[in-house]
Design a protein around this ligand. Structure first.
Ligand code: GDP
Ligand code: IMO
Ligand code: MG
Length: 437
């Protein structure tokens, strides 16, 4: 459950005092730009954040945890981020040593209200999956990073936060032991070396202490101080959202736009651009309905050409055609101001390309995205078919470099969602991104 920031210069934000003055709605302060996944994750959010972060003062994570896996390629080097904001690579202020990042501790802020994910939460994640499999014949296919159990602890008000870890350690230890006992009563096979865990946690607390701030006040200062560019990097994605995703095959946090407000403690008025990231096709890791999935040669081609393997778990991602019903649904919730369409280059070799444009139930189009997973399993997808461009697009750097058939494909998507496409991705690296406006 992360609430972390990487800041180029967090000193300024701390130095200017909160004025306490009344502000009008027109004087709401700086706006944050939010980058969110519009499908089932792995759309390329990390790459979009990295691109925007070159100009940002702050990059924030507001939900989820190390269940996220964001790959960013800079100067031919590949970085995999799980918990740290992808914006922590910043060529102007960071020296790179191999794959390590130097000096990141000085540029990382952690909110004191962030919940802690313990080792036993991860073990419990695994035990719950085994139990689901035994009881229901299927599980969720979680990342086993303990995210679900940690959010459960938060909701049942027994969770422990960074502020507790840095407070009275005796009190923290007592609450930790209590939490362990609670889980052990639910899962008798769970063994926890409490003393060893507490020893480690004590050590971590000292490493963490210099990075910890009051998150709400820190954001307030950032929003109301001198002009700042603030970026929020969403983890996971709309269809994995605990409230709006394909429940119960979802993660445990709000990965839609509301998560930026509740996770960072910022007012809705301070939300500026909301960029949705969508792949030019669809992928999904783990179990659950996937109406446009292609369990055939097309799916295999997308999987291999797109290197669709989970960064966090190493699992092959399931692949299928672009589903505009889900992207439109994500837009209904998030109100995207623009879209980044990634991985167009993966479609370069296809003879024809399909796009899901509507769902039908019993032969009739339905206008909404079904809440019930049995219904979603049954929908029939209506497709629009486009001729493939059969041209390598990976060297394209501007709109005019793209073949006309690829341009048609992009324009169709834009019109169908009703949101402008601002970027088109044609490769892994930072420069492989066509900016449209
Ligand atoms: P995230 O979780 O949304 O940040 O996405 P991931 O990093 O898990 O997965 C996206 C993968 O696609 C990464 O390996 C990226 O390097 C890669 N990628 C992103 N954009 C493009 C693109 O436009 N073309 C190609 N070929 N790869 C891309
Ligand atoms: P990024 O940020 C893809 C999926 C898992 C599983 C379900 C629940 O890289 O896009 P969890 O461990 O969160 O309880 O797992 O959600 N999932 C993701 N799939 N990308 C992600 O993150 C994901 N985060 C969670 O595969 O199906
Ligand atoms: Mg990912």
């Amino acid at each position: 459950m992360s609430l972390t920031w990487s800041a180029k210069d967090h000193k300024n934000a701390n130095q200017s005092a909160a004025t306490g003055q009344k502000r009008s709605r027109n004087d709401a302060g700086n706006k944050v730009t939010v980058v969110l996944g519009a499908q089932w994750g792995d759309e390329g959010k990390g790459k979009v954040v990295d691109l925007l972060a070159t100009e940002a003062d702050f990059v924030c994570r507001c939900q989820g945890g190390n269940n996220a896996g964001h790959t960013v390629v800079v100067d031919g080097k590949e970085y995999d981020f799980h918990l740290l904001p992808s914006g922590i690579i910043n060529p102007k202020s960071v020296s790179l040593i191999g794959k390590g990042l130097k000096g990141w501790e000085k540029r990382l802020i952690v909110s004191d209200r962030a919940h802690l994910v313990f080792d036993f939460h991860q073990v419990v994640d695994g035990l719950q999956e085994t139990e689901r499999q035994a009881q229901e014949g299927k599980n969720i296919g979680t990342t086993k990073k303990g995210i679900g159990p940690a959010y459960s602890s938060k909701a049942s008000r027994t969770g422990l936060r960074v502020c507790d870890l840095l407070g009275d350690f005796k009190d923290f230890s007592a609450r930790f032991k209590n939490l362990v006992r609670q889980y052990q009563s639910m899962y008798p096979s769970l063994t926890v070396d409490v003393e060893d865990q507490l020893k480690k946690l004590k050590e971590y607390s000292e490493r963490l202490r210099p990075m910890v701030r009051d998150g709400v006040y820190y954001m307030y200062e950032a929003l109301h101080g001198p002009p700042k560019k603030i970026l929020v990097e969403g983890a996971n994605a709309a269809l994995l959202d605990i409230d709006f995703g394909t429940y119960p095959f979802v993660t445990s946090s709000n990965c839609t736009v509301g998560g930026a407000c509740t996770g960072l403690g910022i007012p809705p008025l301070n939300i500026g651009d909301v960029f949705g990231v969508a792949k030019a096709y669809t992928t999904r890791v783990g179990i659950g309905a996937f109406p446009t999935e292609q369990l055939n040669a097309v799916g295999e081609l997308l999987q291999t050409r797109g290197h669709e393997v989970g960064v966090t778990t190493g699992r092959k991602r399931r692949c299928g055609w672009l589903d505009l019903v889900i992207v439109r649904y994500a837009h209904m919730i998030n109100g995207f101001t623009a879209i980044a369409l990634t991985k167009l280059d993966i479609l370069d070799v296809l003879d024809e390309i399909k796009v899901g444009v509507a769902y039908k139930l019993n032969g009739k189009r339905i206008p909404h995205f079904p809440a019930n997973m049995d219904v979603l399993q049954k929908v029939e997808v209506e497709y629009e078919t486009f001729p493939g461009w059969k041209t390598d697009t990976s060297a394209a750097r501007k709109w005019n470099d793209l073949p006309a058939k690829a341009q048609n494909y992009i324009r169709f998507i834009e019109n169908h969602i009703g949101v402008p496409i601002k970027w088109v991705g044609v490769g892994k690296s930072r420069e492989c991104m066509i900016q449209m406006f």
